[in-house]
Design a protein around this ligand. Structure first.
Ligand SMILES: Cc1cc2nc3c(=O)[nH]c(=O)nc-3n(C[C@H](O)[C@H](O)[C@H](O)COP(=O)(O)OP(=O)(O)OC[C@H]3O[C@@H](n4cnc5c(N)ncnc54)[C@H](O)[C@@H]3O)c2cc1C
Length: 493
């Protein structure tokens, strides 16, 4: 039999992980990527002569990449310089209060006691135990399973762990469970923010998402060269395994014959024959027919109200003053529930939105240029990038509100101008077609939403899905796992 040819569409982290596993298993793999570099959302944009990380900044679940590269006969640390910071993040509020969270949970508990009181510190420690329990229960049974549903999940968890399943309270919202642990509203806000790591509202996300707290506790790393360097490293590993990368190559159509995949046609007309195709773009692109009629029945598109968060981001090079920034910083708006009601119900950004700021030169590898230091700022926004998005006047008003909030928290920073590059939901939609600008696929709202993500095996024979819009979900390590699940399904068929 001749060598099986696989085309991977998209060089996001899911596509890269799938390509590595497939090449390692002896398949002839071609990755076609419409952008000019690997990484997808892990992109880097030039601002004032410096490269600013414009996507993910929090690197967790390192074991996923240790596994991926270990299986490929290499090691993460052979390709990347990693650093474990003691401080996880710095948080600020308009009343001037500040709280640092630490990798060491006892240190965080002490900080919380000083910030709030002993009761909230104990609430935090209990919350840590509970989130560790959730993570242990779901890691193998849900995250690493091909197509879990509530029944198969119980089967995989095993009867002996059923009490743990009930303890994790999947039918309660994260917000309500946080109320059981924290009387201080600022702490409820701080830990509720973990829902946004998968693009969801803490008011509607199930309490199971508290596992994000444990993921952070389990280890957060900084990477020299930022997260984009991880994408470059994965592409380099793929390269050594014989993967052929084609950048500036957009897949226009997935071809089938007799219901099975036969190839991919690129914009411009070139046809790449393929026995199997892995699609790493947003899964909704298939259902919306963007890759042709044949691939349309592969999966259903996500309706706009069910999409996860989008964002407005600013990549800035500048000189922030007043507030002692750490690498990860969060400046909280006044009313957290109102923020999510605005985004998900009213489809707008609230008056005082919470701002995340990544000061990328505050790690161990400072690279301040003449124009100042590199920063990424992010505000949550509705994923309506295909329905108008955020207009110029709205953006100007938002920038004033963001600068105002930062100012009240003690940070002087101007947005706009030459040393600032803005990305709005409509820009994310253009970069990641059919997503509406949603950065994490479907929102994880309600106890069953996590089961609604499409699995790796699509309804079209020979076509597989990999990436944050597929199971097990969004975030860099989860999307990588999804790529590995796609490779495993493909090799198993
Ligand atoms: C601003 C921001 C902040 C984030 N913060 C974090 C964080 O701190 N930690 C974390 O873990 N996660 C974070 N995330 C989420 C994380 O980045 C994503 O979940 C993950 O990178 C998605 O990977 P993916 O495999 O789905 O591919 P994507 O990154 O979505 O890439 C898909 C690729 O497919 C390509 N493509 C699509 N269609 C075609 C086509 N027809 N032909 C050719 N190529 C095509 C696209 O160009 C793109 O390169 C963040 C995301 C953003 C945008």
């Amino acid at each position: 039999m001749s060598e099986q040819r696989v085309v991977v569409i998209g060089a996001g982290v899911g596509g890269l992980a799938a390509a590595i596993d497939l090449a390692r298993a002896g398949r002839a793999v071609t990755v076609v990527e419409r952008g000019d570099a690997p990484g997808g959302k892990m992109r880097r944009v030039p601002v004032a002569g410096l490269g600013v990380d414009a996507g993910p900044t929090v690197f967790t679940m390192r074991w996923v990449f240790d596994g991926l590269l270990g299986d490929a006969g290499t090691r993460l640390e052979d390709h990347l310089e990693l650093h474990t910071p003691e401080r996880l993040a710095r948080h600020g509020w308009e009343d001037g209060s500040r709280l640092d969270l630490w990798a060491d949970r006892e240190r965080s508990a002490a900080a919380i006691e000083a910030f709030a009181d002993a009761r909230n510190a104990q609430g935090y420690l209990d919350f840590c135990d509970r989130s560790a329990d959730v993570y242990a229960t779901l890691r193998d049974s849900f995250i690493d399973a091909q197509r879990p549903n509530p029944v198969s999940l119980v089967g995989r968890v095993g009867l002996h762990r059923l009490p743990a399943m009930f303890r994790i309270q999947p039918f309660k919202s994260l917000w309500s469970v946080l109320g059981e642990h924290f009387t201080d509203p600022r702490l409820r806000q701080l830990f509720g923010r973990y829902a946004t790591y998968v693009g969801s509202s803490p008011l509607s996300a199930p309490a199971t998402l508290m596992l994000v707290a444990h993921v952070e506790q389990d280890g957060v790393w900084l990477l020299r060269g930022g997260m984009h360097a991880l994408a470059r490293a994965l592409a380099a590993v793929g390269d050594t395994l014989g993967v052929s990368f084609r950048y500036g190559a957009e897949a226009e159509r997935i071809e089938t014959s007799g219901g099975a995949v036969t190839g991919v046609t690129l914009a411009g007309g070139e046809r790449l024959p393929a026995d199997r195709v892995v699609f790493n773009g947003d899964a909704s692109a298939l259902g919306r027919g963007l890759l042709g009629e044949a691939a349309q029945r592969a999966t259903r598109p996500v309706a706009a109200p069910r999409r996860s968060l989008s964002a407005v981001t600013w990549c800035v090079v500048g000189r922030p003053e007043g507030f002692p920034l750490d690498f990860h910083n969060v400046f909280f708006g006044r009313d957290y529930p109102a923020e999510f009601r605005a985004v998900f119900r009213e489809r707008k950004i609230t008056e005082t939105p919470t701002v995340y700021l990544c000061a990328q030169d505050r790690g161990p590898w400072a690279a301040e240029g003449e124009a100042g230091e590199r920063m990424l700022l992010l505000v949550n926004a509705p994923a309506d990038g295909d329905r108008g998005g955020i207009g110029d006047r709205q953006l100007a008003a938002l920038e004033q509100r963001v600068s105002g909030l930062l100012g009240r928290c003690g940070l002087a920073l101007e947005l706009g101008g030459e040393a600032c590059r803005v990305t709005r939901p409509q820009d994310f939609e253009a970069l990641f077609p059919a997503s509406g600008g949603a950065l994490y696929g479907r929102a994880s709202h309600g106890p069953l939403a996590s089961f609604a993500r499409p699995p790796a095996r699509s309804r079209v024979r020979g076509l597989y899905l990999a990436g944050g819009s597929a199971h097990p979900g969004a975030g860099v390590p989860m999307a990588a796992l999804s790529g590995r699940l796609a490779a495993r399904a493909l090799l198993g068929d």
